[in-house]
Design a protein around this ligand. Structure first.
Ligand code: ZN
Length: 145
């Protein structure tokens, strides 16, 4: 499939930005360069460069003194990543992994898992949710802490 609004070819870095911008808008009502820089722990200059690129790619509308909003295409990418984030978190929780390990790994995996593997993980998640005994047998934290 060619890249397009329903199948955008975005880099992991771009996806991270869109994920954070979307979260900021949801929690604060707005996203400015200074807020995104604080969230991603990088310089405001780097954020400005990336946000201008996302604007040129039609994923963000950026106005210098007003901050940024996601376009429809940007929203679609952010929603896709948020959905992946959620499902991967659930999956690793089923395996009984530590929350710190989960959040670190999910931030990487959400960008790199192919749609095919992701669909398989979704099926596995549903199966694990329906089978508590199987879940327990996989959950390495079933030993008392
Ligand atoms: Zn994430």
């Amino acid at each position: 499939m060619p890249p397009g609004p329903t199948n955008p070819r975005t880099t992991a870095a771009a996806e991270d930005y869109l994920e954070r911008i979307s979260e900021l808008i949801k929690t604060k009502g707005y996203a400015r360069v200074v807020d995104v820089a604080a969230e991603l722990k990088i310089s405001q200059a780097s954020v400005t460069t990336m946000v201008q690129r996302l604007d040129a790619e039609g994923l963000v509308n950026y106005e210098k003194y007003r901050g940024m909003v996601l376009t429809e295409a940007g929203e679609a990418v952010a929603a896709r990543i948020a959905h992946r984030h959620e499902l991967l978190t659930q999956f690793l929780r089923h395996l009984g992994l530590d929350e710190k390990v989960i959040s670190r790994d999910v931030e990487g995996m959400e960008h790199h898992v192919s749609p095919e593997t992701f669909e398989a993980l979704e099926r596995l998640n549903a199966h694990l949710e329906a089978n508590p005994a199987l879940r327990d047998s996989l959950n390495r934290s079933s030993t008392p802490d």
